[in-house]
Unconditional design. Sequence first.
Lengths: 503, 251
Amino acid sequence: MADQDTIDLVKDIDVDKYKYGFTTDIEQEFAPRGLSEEVIRFISAKKNEPQWMLDWRLEAYRVWQTMVEPTWAKVSYPKIDFQSLYYYAAPKAVTGPKSLDEVDPKLLETYAKLGIPLKEQEILAGVRQQGEKSTLDEEGAGATTPVAVDAVFDSVSVVTTFKAELAKAGVIFCSISEALRDHPELVKKYLGSVVPQGDNFYAALNAAVFSDGSFVYVPPGTRCPMELSTYFRINAKNTGQFERTLIIADKGAYVSYLEGCTAPTREETQLHAAVVELIALEGAEIKYSTVQNWYPGDKDGKGGVYNFVTKRGDCREAHAKISWTQVETGSAITWKYPSCILRGDHSRGEFYSIAISNGRQQVDSGTKMIHLGKHTSSRIISKGIAAGRSDNTYRGLVSAHRKALHARNFTQCDSLLIGDKCGAHTVPYLEAKTSTAQFEHEATTSKISDDQMFYVMSRGLSEEEAVALIVNGFVRDVLQQLPMEFMAETQKLIGISLEGSVG
Amino acid sequence: MLDIKNLHVKLEDEGREILKGLTLSVKPGEVHAIMGPNGSGKSTLSYVLAGREGYEVTDGTATLKGEDLLALEPNERAAKGLFLAFQYPIEIPGVATMQFLKVALNAQRKARGEKELSVPEFMRLVKDKAQQLNVTQEMLKRPVNVGFSGGEKKRAEILQMAVLEPKLCILDETDSGLDIDALRVVAEGVNALRAPDRAMVVITHYQRLLDYIVPDVVHVMANGRIVRTGGKELARELEAKGYAEYVEAAE
């Protein structure tokens, strides 16, 4: 009896800590289990794709079969049986992206629970269009600007908001399936141009089976009028999520994009292998922010999402700029290196990262800044926080090609340890093939001191509040890079992620 | 307000006894000074009262308004009205002083079941108090104690005290590292907080601070105990004669 009480108690605690752990009971359609040419044909047929797309996928599959899983990252996990997974799951009612009215109310409910009231945003925007700006101003005190959202549920994009308004500015924001149908020439031109099919094991897998994702095109000289956001949700059991995002900022364009992710609490691990490709043409700027909060598994490391993600941006022409900001708090395993290819002269890449690990989480994350053009510059600020029994590794490469005259990089890697059972590691690689390159690297490792804890607690903060405050101070430089709307949310998330990390 | 009876405390790791039967009673509205040589246990007393880890209470009691202090976490003691102004204030990188004040005040208010203050309410509250202590807006934006001069740190401590409005203020060597001008500003800040329902314990080496913060009662502490208690004139006597006779007597 007492045992049962304990079990219930623990359950309650867990649910409370990871508040996105619920599942949505919705009828779903799956592809046959496992991976084969047939499954890829099934996915492609489901989406009515053109022949070239199917051929592209099959080529990726052939390459993938010749590849082996990378083992160089500082993470360990049981071997994944790729034939036991489902590679496609979609809510049954959805055959393609629709207007909000047609979307299954259960899905909308799910997204509302996750804190994204899609419907409300549309309505709010409607109010705004009618010129009743005053009511909005009163309510949000100027802080709430609308954000266009593309919601991806398991494999399929279920709804994209604010489409009409964005279309007025010439911005295309839709699911990648839709883009294949309506803008095939753009997709064909850019898909795989930054992360080719055979780039790496997980990218090849993604290229073969990706089922949806977001597509953004911002035309020349256009500043995207609002933040764009994709919300990813894994719901189905034993299902991999393989979304693919493609963002193109044409000459002189600007876009800011935010990605959020959550998954239900499950005992089985879930696989997530996404690919994100960014292309910035001359003078364009892309700001890509991620708040990753996939289910991290329980305190003993059971369950959780395996997050193997390839994200890369290409500053293809002169004076282009790409900035990655990531807040990584979830996943059992994170394997992720958002990178910039600085091809255009005077182009700039930035990487700002907060990676928090607790419990048994393993994080191996960082960036690659590949300087190819002249006078290219990059900046890396990484803040790793390890607690519990977790392992947190920063792995970064900064390289300058011999033609990358006057390339510059500044790197700052700070690690903070909470407790004495966790690990923080910094693995920087620097390669300069031109003597004109200037690379700077600074790294620190520190612990939250007993003095700091006592001082903050003596002013009235509980132990957990004190840790959250000190950690928020530690990551401040990176927090400031996030869009305003997400700063407060992230500060809260940091507190939640570190619950139970002390004492 | 504060009642300490026969308090015995030893260091957790080395087992050495620091406080050896200390007894002290401070009433609301009173300012008590505790003077004594290095190593007499003055700072240990302040840490034990505020709840720092690393000390073991082996005997005796300490109560604040009749409530057992020693059973509470440091944050609970703060919410009950205890405030310790640190001899060496700690740096909290990346946390703006203003933000720290607000988070601390609201944490205490929440613990007491009071409404948390909104940003404008809080700003109004801080503005006047900061001005009195010569704390500029620029300083409030800087991270807590990071890059502060000695004087700035102490003024920031007293500002925290003024904003949190504690019932019992313990000032641990607040005069250390201050020049005469900074000392005056800090002392004025402290004097402004003297109130009939508030008690203060001023721990100091030197009589100098007591010229500015005039105490009602002066205690001499030596070898972990209060060895003599008198009026404010006792401070002057100590200044002239030193602690030697008390140290010898206590050993």
